[in-house]
Design a protein around this ligand. Structure first.
Ligand SMILES: [Zn+2]
Length: 161
């Protein structure tokens, strides 16, 4: 699976449905660009869920079984994408959004997670991390927050305490 349909990735022209997703910010320009390159490498045989630009690098979220294919022989695919977007990529795999959150935060432990439903119907997720684990995080809180928000389509607050 790619964030855009295979035909859009192949032709590099977005259909009305993919165009709408981009407009509504369900997908980003980065998703489109990486999807087009990934299609060239895999012809739709493998893909990714989402690419999140966190500033210094881009996190590509995918299914575990696709990690090796995305990286390519000797890291070739990844290197080509990195050169094209001008940023380093971290490929992360998990089979569900929940697992992805744990992967992002591990080896730090999640103390609790909660959902808050706001009056406007939007959801705010709170993830609490043990303060003794804060220095174990593989990336900064801001990056984690951005990735998780993107993944869950919800506002996320990460609390250390
Ligand atoms: Zn499309």
């Amino acid at each position: 699976m790619l964030p855009i349909c295979n035909i859009c990735a192949k032709t590099r022209v977005l259909c009305a449905s993919c165009e709408t997703k981009l407009k509504n910010e369900e997908i980003s320009e980065m998703d489109v660009k990486i999807a087009e390159m990934m299609y060239d490498f895999g012809k739709g045989e493998f893909g990714f869920e989402k690419a999140v630009d966190v500033g210094d690098f881009v996190v590509v979220l995918t299914r575990k079984e696709d990690i090796g294919k995305i990286i390519g022989p000797g890291g070739d695919n990844l290197r080509k994408i990195e050169e094209s977007i001008g940023k380093l990529i971290k490929v992360m795999g998990a089979s569900s959004a929940e697992e992805m959150i744990y992967t992002l935060i591990s080896p730090a432990n999640i103390v609790s997670t909660s959902k808050l439903y706001r009056a406007d119907g939007s959801i705010m997720r709170k993830i609490a991390i043990n303060k003794n684990d804060a220095d174990k995080l593989k990336m900064d809180i801001y990056s984690i927050k951005k990735i998780v928000s993107n993944l869950l389509h919800a506002d996320v607050e990460i609390i250390i305490g």
